[in-house]
Ligand binder design. Structure first.
Ligand code: UDP
Ligand code: MG
Length: 323
């Protein structure tokens, strides 16, 4: 039976720690009783440099309960990094991980379904929100525009999926080969490949405490998501440049007609022609340079170029096959 690790990033979550720990331990016990996971499965709380009592509470939970582990980061690095730290630490002592927020907004009761789907052969199971009725109109609107913009920019993401997700050990291992520093996990997971599935749930209100994702952080995450995955904005410059060069020919006709028919101030025609034409040429040139920078950008990420799922080889495929 597989050992499950529930990975929970926590930043200033003293208000929810106790409730969260109890709920998550409950999930583990239930799954252990149903013989779906191994008995030494555990919850791993990652303290992302909290300034309140979060770490003390984690220490206490660890003291009181055998299946609670704690990882304290040296400073606040943000949710995406804290989660990565948790996943990479958990992978060495577990077979499957589920990442979930500390505030219990994600429905813990679907973890069982995730495990079932994992046993059915999926390496990644995405938790997808059924509806966003618990969100404010503003959050709903901004979030949905964000997914649409991402899709338009050619970044593959799972619609309405945040970071509530099951990953097998080998999926986390593949993920660890993506060594980029600008993390946008939701965009990276679909790059890993393997068989994936979704479970659907209703996202609830926070049990206690306040959101650590103010608008500023949300916008930063959105911009990071696009700029880490897409060089399309650069192509847009080139396209704009080409459009302006074409417009400059129209402007040329207009300027010349004005010159020959009207009473234009001396010097206007040549000036206006230069502005349009050179403006366009400059944009095309910047875009062109941008294309190369875009390639350099992709190269320096040194992402794996492919991930191997299975290798059929007579000598090794006898006996028990690796999962
Ligand atoms: N979080 C974190 N580091 C941060 C900010 C948030 O580890 O710098 C954690 C936080 O404790 C929570 C999760 O990330 O478990 C999601 O944050 P939050 O619930 O505040 O975001 P929201 O659900 O409002 O988008
Ligand atoms: Mg939350």
């Amino acid at each position: 039976m597989e050992r499950l690790a529930l990975v929970v990033p926590c930043y200033n979550e003293e208000a929810v720690m106790k409730i969260s720990s109890e709920a998550l331990r409950g999930v583990l016990q239930d799954l252990i009783k149903k013989k779906k996971i191994a008995e030494d499965s555990f919850v791993l709380f990652v303290d992302d440099g909290s300034k309140d009592k979060t770490w003390e509470l984690i220490e206490e939970e660890h003291r009181l309960h055998q299946n609670v582990k704690g990882l304290k980061l040296a400073g606040n690095v943000g949710h995406q990094f804290a989660l990565t730290a948790g996943l990479l630490t958990a992978k060495d002592c577990s077979d499957v991980t589920v990442s979930i927020d500390a505030d219990l907004q994600d429905d813990v009761s679907v973890i069982e379904e995730m495990i079932d789907k994992f046993h059915a052969g999926n390496d990644i199971v995405y938790g997808v929100r059924k509806d966003r009725s618990s969100d404010t109109f503003f959050k709903r609107f901004t979030a949905q525009s964000f997914y649409k913009l991402m899709a338009a920019m050619g970044v593959k993401t799972v619609y309405n999926h945040a970071d509530f997700r099951l990953m097998s050990k080998r999926a986390v291992e593949q993920f660890s080969k993506y060594r980029e520093t600008n993390l946008f996990l939701r965009g990276m997971m679909p790059l890993i490949g393997y068989q994936t599935d979704c479970v659907y749930y209703e996202r609830k209100e926070r049990v206690a405490g306040e959101s650590k994702y103010p608008l500023k952080k949300m916008l930063a995450l959105a911009f990071n998501g696009i700029s880490s995955f897409s060089v399309k904005p650069i192509s847009l410059i080139t396209t704009l440049g080409i459009i302006i060069v074409m417009l400059s020919f129209l402007a040329a006709v207009y300027a010349l007609v004005s010159y020959f028919t009207g009473h234009v101030t001396q010097g206007w025609t040549s000036l206006i022609l230069s502005i349009w034409f050179l403006g366009g040429v400059q944009l095309v040139s910047i875009g062109l340079i941008g294309q190369y920078i875009g390639k350099i950008y992709i190269e320096v990420k040194q992402r794996p170029r492919y991930n191997i799922e299975t290798f059929l080889d007579k000598k090794e495929s006898s006996g028990n096959e690796e999962r």
